[in-house]
Design a protein around this ligand. Structure first.
Ligand code: SF4
Length: 251
């Protein structure tokens, strides 16, 4: 069984467009898995990990009425077949497996990937991963793209939790990887450069994306991040879904 995030009492599988990174604008079906091993303070999917009884501090904690999530209530357990049946409702080959951190469940999703390829060899499988897990060889053989978002100190996550040298080295050496860094202030740039230098990552596969879950917060950062991308030949990624739907879930 695979643990998915639950939205309106249903598993969070939805047809939309990719809002970020290399495939921005591409029609895609998103499978949102529950659980994450990190605890970013600005995470917009805190319903996948900020469980009742944990000590994690999220920016939303200051919002009146914010409550941590009940783990049992927020997870939907699905079989491979149930997920595949849902995918067949959509006329779309690009599948984004996201979270949370989807590679926490990599062992459980390998049979689903095998079934997917049997049913439709044209499926293109990409992941939104935080880059702290080394993909298993069986998973890699069935996968096409890793959107690796290594977290910086602006996430509030301890260095030893968010930086996994073995996993970063794996992704840095995989032709399937691109790297998406969430940037808040100019002081984040040195951290990005240090990671790129240490793991010999080409600037051509680096995307800088502003941190923010509102149009105003994104706009405040766009211009200076674009200038940095021009200077270093990084790619710029916006968060297109925020402009279209705000921070609404499941769209
Ligand atoms: S790694 Fe991603 S899903 Fe996990 S807490 Fe950070 S932003 Fe959220």
């Amino acid at each position: 069984m695979i643990k998915l995030a639950k939205l309106n009492n249903r598993p969070e599988i939805f047809h939309s467009i990719q809002g970020e990174g290399k495939n921005l604008g591409k029609p895609s079906v998103f499978i949102r898995l529950s659980l994450c091993n990190l605890y970013c303070k600005w995470c917009d999917t805190d319903y996948t990990w900020n469980w009742v009884g944990t000590n994690y501090v999220h920016n939303n904690s200051v919002r009146p009425g914010y409550q941590k999530f009940d783990k049992d209530e927020m997870i939907a357990l699905l079989t491979d077949e149930e997920i595949l049946d849902t995918l067949s409702d959509f006329n779309c080959d690009n599948i984004v497996i996201t979270g949370g951190e989807p590679l926490i469940q990599q062992k459980s999703i390998i049979p689903m990937l095998t079934l997917m390829h049997e049913r439709n060899p044209d499926f293109h499988i990409e992941y939104e991963t935080n880059g702290t897990f080394v993909p298993m060889s069986e998973l890699d053989a069935l996968s096409h793209q890793y959107n690796v978002s290594i977290k910086l100190s602006n996430s509030g996550v301890a260095y030893e939790d968010r930086i996994c040298p073995e996993a970063i080295s794996y992704f840095a050496n995989s032709p399937k990887s691109n790297f998406k860094f969430v940037v808040d202030t100019e002081s984040d740039l040195q951290e990005v450069q240090d990671i790129i230098d240490q793991y010999h990552i080409s600037n051509k596969v680096v995307y800088l994306m502003p941190q923010g879950s509102s149009i105003d917060s994104l706009r405040q950062k766009q211009q200076w991040i674009v200038e940095v991308c021009k200077q270093y030949n990084y790619n710029y990624s916006d968060r297109l879904h925020i402009y279209i739907w705000g921070d609404k879930r499941g769209v």
